[in-house]
Structures are given as C-alpha cells and as structure tokens.
Design a protein around this ligand. Structure first.
Ligand code: GUN
Length: 283
C-alpha cells in the first residue's frame, strides 16, 4: 500500500521556515513583505479562496491587504488600481483573483500587473514551454515540484505524465518537470490509450477536473501520484481526478483530495511573495 502525501504537514513545515525568514527580512531590510489581493465581484468560491490567502499571509506576518471591488467595476478602474499598486514600494506581490466579471478582459488585467510583482507567475510562464529567467513560477505547479522533492523522490530522468493541458496547471507543471530533467508526456481529452501511457509513468500529475477519471489500473505500481483536480462526485462529495481509494494500494505515494496539493498551493503563493520581495529589495 502506498504512502499518503500529507500536504497539510508539508505546508506547515514550509510555513515555519517562512515565518522565521520574514522576521529576518524585517531586521535586515526594515520592512515586511507586502501582498495585495484584488477581488472583483461576489463569486462565492473566490471569496473563500481569497479569505484563505489572506489568512495565510497574516499567519506569516506579511503586510496583507485585500482590495474588494464591486461587480460593476469598470476595466479602466481596475487597471488604475493595479497601476497604483505597481507603483507602491510597500507592495511586493499583486494577485488579481480570477475569474473577473465578464465585462473585463482577463488578459488585459493579467498583463497590467508589473512582472516583478506577479505572484501568480503568469508572466514567467507566458511564452509557451519556457520559463522566463528571474520570475516566479505559478503556485500550483511549484507546489507539485515541492511535494515530489519533500517526499524524497527523484524527478530527473523519470517519466512524468501530466494529464491536462490547462494554462494554470497542466502546461506550466509540464514545463517545470522538463526543467527538472524529467521525460515529460502531456495527455489531454483527445489522447488515445491514456491507460497504456499512464501505466508507464513514474510520476503522474492529474489536473483535469473530472471526478476519479484516473482508475487504479492506470497507475504504475510504485508511482508518485499528485492529484490537482478538485470536483464533487454525484453524491456531492469533494474528490479528485484520481480514484484515491483504489489507487492508493497501487501507487508508491499519492496525494488525497482534499489535503494534498491544495494546502501547498497557498503556501507557494506566500513563497512567491517572499521571492518577489527579495528581488525587490536586492534590486
Ligand atoms: N482563481 C482560481 N485559481 C486561481 C489562481 O491560481 N490565481 C488567480 N489569480 N485566481 C485564481
């Protein structure tokens, strides 16, 4: 039976380290890192995510601010707010919670955030399968790499399969795995023989959003399985892309949903903010 990757415990370890680092930063540079999250409108899921981000930022002692704007906010107004934050020397990281209301052009908003303050890592990942030097990587992909290293598994030379080719997770995590010298396959909805390919993967990262689509017989015995999907099954129960109950007996390591990749993602947002701060103060 495989070992469960405890994302909460691994995130807690990272938070402990960052808490100390922030104290040292304040002593050395005279101020704490600042993170501003902008949320436009009332989307209930986004409200929960933003509250969790705010809680994490406060726990670590960042100068944390949430700018809440009404649903009817114009794109011009939002861009003006972002420009002010770009120019604010106490703000190291800016995150605009997505989705933004339909009348706002998401790409224009993402492009308006100063690349040096882009804690989402969208800017660093923009140009296809490359990672621009000097910018942070997106939080969830970075969380996946961190988890694999935290459990002591090797990435280099191994076959990593990413199921899903989304801009937020699939493509960027494939890029990071490639940078770590894995042999990377990206599967998606048109992939033929997914099971056959998956059974050869030493590392399997599922980021699709289809409840339990990865069955136990698709997992290579001993593989590292990271499940980024979060959905609800027919009974309304929160579950991932992997059939966890069955796959845990085949995998070497596996993340549960919830409690796997999720807790690490917010920890990585804080890590990204600290990294942006360090670049900011060191010029
Ligand atoms: N909404 C859901 N996921 C994300 C994310 O990673 N970044 C931002 N900014 N908004 C999101």
């Amino acid at each position: 039976m495989g070992k469960i990757i405890d994302g909460k415990a691994i995130a807690a370890g990272l938070y402990d380290k960052m808490l100390q680092e922030v104290d040292q930063m304040e002593q050395q540079y005279g101020r704490r890192p600042g993170l501003t999250v902008i949320i436009v409108g009332e989307d209930p899921a986004s409200q929960v995510y933003v509250r969790n981000k705010e809680k994490a930022a406060k726990k670590i002692g960042l100068v944390s601010q949430v700018v809440r704007l009404p649903e009817e906010t114009t794109q011009d107004k939002l861009l003006t707010v972002i420009k002010q934050l770009n120019a604010d020397p106490t703000v190291d990281g800016i995150l605009v919670q997505l989705p933004v209301p339909k009348h706002i052009d998401k790409d224009a908003v993402i492009a308006a955030v100063s690349p040096e303050k882009d804690v989402d890592g969208f800017f660093g990942m923009k140009s296809g399968f490359t990672m621009k030097q000097g910018y942070v990587a997106p939080c969830t992909p970075r969380a996946c790499i961190y988890l694999i290293k935290a459990i002591g598994e090797t990435i280099e030379g191994r076959h990593a399969l990413v199921v899903g080719r989304g801009e937020l997770v699939g493509k960027p995590v494939a890029t990071l795995l490639l940078n770590e010298n894995a042999t990377v396959t990206i599967a998606h909805s048109r992939t033929r023989n997914l099971g056959e390919i998956a059974r050869t993967a030493d590392i399997l990262i599922a980021a699709v959003g289809k409840p339990r689509m990865i069955a136990a017989d698709m997992v290579k015995p001993g593989a590292v399985v990271l499940d980024v999907g979060v959905s609800r099954d027919a009974e309304g129960k929160i579950c991932g892309d992997v059939d966890f109950e069955a796959a845990k007996d085949v995998a070497g390591w596996i993340t549960p949903v919830p409690g796997g990749v999720g807790p690490m993602t917010i920890a990585m947002l804080i890590r990204n903010t600290l990294d942006c701060y360090l670049k900011h103060v060191n010029g």
